[in-house]
Design a binder for this molecule. Structure first.
Ligand SMILES: [Fe+2]
Ligand SMILES: [Fe+2]
Length: 288
């Protein structure tokens, strides 16, 4: 295949631009301290986002006895954390909708993997970066966005790359390097940079496979490592085995980066599983 990263970047112009409310919500939630009044202002500025938040507030998930008509009321009932989660998930989901690919790509599985990685990053943040749960959640939710860009732009050629990786059981990132010369992590980072998302989010997406030459000196490498783990554990959750052997199949370089025991891996996966189970109902409402 004969593409350069610039070919893709030139064509990125043809992708939908970032919805400005999604941008504001992501930016606001990437900050360490988030202000309730600012979040409510951003949500109220967008009719569709506001009505989706109210739809969730009025869903059977919360089971409130009276209908909630205003965002202010929704905030009182749901609390800031939940409101922020819902607004963030809806905003990021809208990015994926904008990149919708027509081919027979399993979007539902993709979104499921994305959510699992988001929750995994949030759980792992407790251990590795407790003050930065929200931005790590965002990194988890956006980590593979480059795959959608490549599907949208390269179409059949990228389907070929995906299938080759599956059939030959070779990590996708390796097959991308061989056939394209760059990876979905590179492209994802470029897109988010073009959309002017915070540098921390761009770096996490670029670094989520801990691959490439540009890793040294990266200020956000510790967060990239968390999203890397979150991605691996999301894959583990989808498999029967949850041990180092399976992890090594997913990424043969894992032991170069981490030295966890089987017991430590099983424990982290278990915590992630609990977090996902707790959020299952909310997620099904958001996806509906
Ligand atoms: Fe990835
Ligand atoms: Fe992934």
């Amino acid at each position: 295949m004969n593409y350069t990263i610039d070919d893709i970047l030139e064509r990125i112009d043809k992708l939908p631009t970032l919805n400005s409310v999604a941008f504001e919500v992501i930016n606001l939630c990437s900050e360490d301290e988030i202000s309730l009044s600012q979040l409510v202002r951003v949500i109220s500025n967008d009719q569709s986002l506001a009505s989706q938040v109210l739809k969730v507030a009025n869903s059977s998930y919360f089971n409130y006895p009276r209908k909630i008509y205003s965002l202010e009321r929704a905030v009182v009932v749901m609390g800031l954390n939940l409101l922020r989660d819902i607004a963030l998930s809806i905003a990021i989901f809208s990015l994926y909708k904008g990149l919708k690919v027509n081919r027979n790509f399993d979007m539902i599985a993709f979104w499921g993997h994305t959510l699992k990685t988001g929750y995994a990053a949030r759980v792992l943040a407790d251990q590795f970066a407790p003050a930065h749960k929200d931005v790590l959640y965002i990194g988890g939710l956006l980590h593979d966005i480059g795959k959608l860009v490549l599907l949208k732009i390269l179409q059949e050629d990228y389907i070929f790359v995906l299938e080759k990786s599956k059939q030959e059981e070779e990590p996708l990132i390796e097959v991308e390097r061989q056939l394209l010369g760059f990876t979905h992590a590179d492209i994802g980072g470029e897109l988010l940079d073009m959309w002017k998302l915070p540098e921390s989010v761009v770096s996490m997406v670029q670094l989520h496979h801990l691959d490439g030459n540009s890793m040294n000196g990266q200020a956000h490498l510790p967060w990239g490592r968390v999203v890397y783990l979150a991605n691996i554990f999301a894959h583990l959750l989808e498999s029967e085995e949850r041990n180092l052997e399976k992890v090594n199949q997913i990424d043969p370089n894992f032991t170069k980066h981490f030295s966890f025991t089987d017991g430590e891996i099983a424990h982290m996966v278990e915590l992630i599983e609990i977090e996902i189970a707790e959020n299952q109902d909310l997620m099904s409402i958001l996806q509906a």
